[in-house]
Design a protein around this ligand. Structure first.
Ligand SMILES: NC(=O)C1=CN([C@@H]2O[C@H](COP(=O)(O)OP(=O)(O)OC[C@H]3O[C@@H](n4cnc5c(N)ncnc54)[C@H](OP(=O)(O)O)[C@@H]3O)[C@@H](O)[C@H]2O)C=CC1
Ligand SMILES: CC(C)(CO)C(=O)C(=O)O
Length: 304
């Protein structure tokens, strides 16, 4: 299966690298700067499961090659609209598009632009970053990638993808209720990234403060209430399960981006939920505070 990974950053570089390591036919769609860097250094990945280096195939948006069978999107949300334009020449009649971005609204946009049937669900649970030399640093032990038909069906194409992913040295796991898994992840990441960026701290430090646990609980409950009002398929009590799963050392990629002085995905993650809150007339005070914190940060960083 010919696979195009869009973006060779933390997520795309890691999972694309794992597929390449297994011998799959992977190409990365990159921009000029990253292309040059990859040509000079190769794709280098550091992980507790073993470091490895590869020579990746790359293309630019202006190159013309035949359509790919599978396109995995792994840009940040603020680059997503441009990335959709850039992949257009590489989408053929049978191309399947799998996004790995945090959030949900990009799924609707992909369906709008490329039609419902081309899009499948995807999410990943990983702590990863890219350093100034372009090396992908995998932190911790989790490297899970879930995917599946949004309808939950076990189609021929999803079985082909499963076959392609099998034997990869990361947890590529088909999920026949991917929509629910994506909403669960959306709830989790909105809460986790919101709290960690609000207090510029990992969860452990926040929990130690007098009101820390209460605030975390209120944030997760508020987010879950918005998602339920939208009638999205989340389980009863999932917010409490997620609160119990928060470990001391847990941070978020959004906190890491903020610590680097980079852009954050505030509009895509918290902002979209606030729009849903407004639609359902939910006050969402905690989310408004979190969003305002992120927008204040964005406005104070040059070039964002
Ligand atoms: N990092 C993590 O631990 C996790 C991240 N996520 C989510 O995954 C998504 C990706 O995050 P992450 O990998 O951390 O982000 P990174 O910034 O590390 O990587 C994104 C990459 O996309 C590239 N890019 C942007 N626009 C284009 C384009 N038009 N064509 C080709 N490449 C492009 C950037 O390239 P360039 O070098 O040119 O800027 C960059 O290398 C986000 O939605 C994030 O929330 C989910 C789980 C964990
Ligand atoms: C849930 C978590 C923390 C790990 O996948 C994440 O998605 C992120 O850091 O963006």
């Amino acid at each position: 299966m010919r696979i195009l990974i869009v973006g060779c950053g933390a997520v795309g570089g890691y999972f694309g690298g794992r597929l390449m390591e297994k011998g799959e036919d992977v190409t990365f769609l990159v921009r000029e700067g990253r292309k040059k860097q990859l040509e000079e250094t190769g794709l280098n990945i550091k992980s507790m499961y073993g470091d490895f280096s590869l020579t990746p195939k790359t293309i630019l948006a202006t190159d013309r090659v035949p359509a790919f069978e599978l396109i995995i999107l792994s840009t940040k949300s603020y680059h997503f609209e441009q990335a959709m334009k850039d992949i257009t020449p590489f989408v053929g009649p049978d191309t399947v598009i799998m996004p790995l971005l945090n959030g949900m609204v990009h799924v609707d946009r992909l369906q709008e632009i490329f039609t419902y049937s081309k899009v499948i669900g995807g999410l990943c649970m990983i702590g990863a970053t890219i350093d100034d030399k372009g090396t992908i640093i995998h932190m911790g032990s989790s490297h899970l990638l879930n995917y599946g038909e949004l309808s939950g069906e076990k189609t021929e194409r999803i079985e082909e993808i499963e076959q392609t992913f099998s034997g990869t040295k990361a947890d590529f796991i088909r999920n026949d209720n991917i929509l629910r898994a994506m909403w669960h992840k959306y709830l989790f990441i909105t809460g986790l990234s919101g709290v960690t960026t609000l207090f510029r701290s990992k969860i452990g430090k926040v929990k130690k403060m007098e009101y820390g646990e209460k605030i975390i609980e209120a944030v997760f409950k508020e987010i879950a209430s918005i998602i339920r009002a939208e009638k999205a398929p989340i389980d009863d009590g999932v917010e409490f399960e997620q609160i119990n799963q928060l470990t001391e050392e847990m941070g978020s990629s959004m906190l890491r981006d903020m610590e680097k002085g980079g852009a954050v995905e505030a509009d895509h993650i918290q902002g979209y939920l606030l729009k849903l809150a407004e639609k359902h007339r939910i006050e969402a005070t905690y989310l408004k505070i979190i969003y305002t914190n992120l927008k204040t940060y964005e406005s104070s960083v040059k070039g964002l």
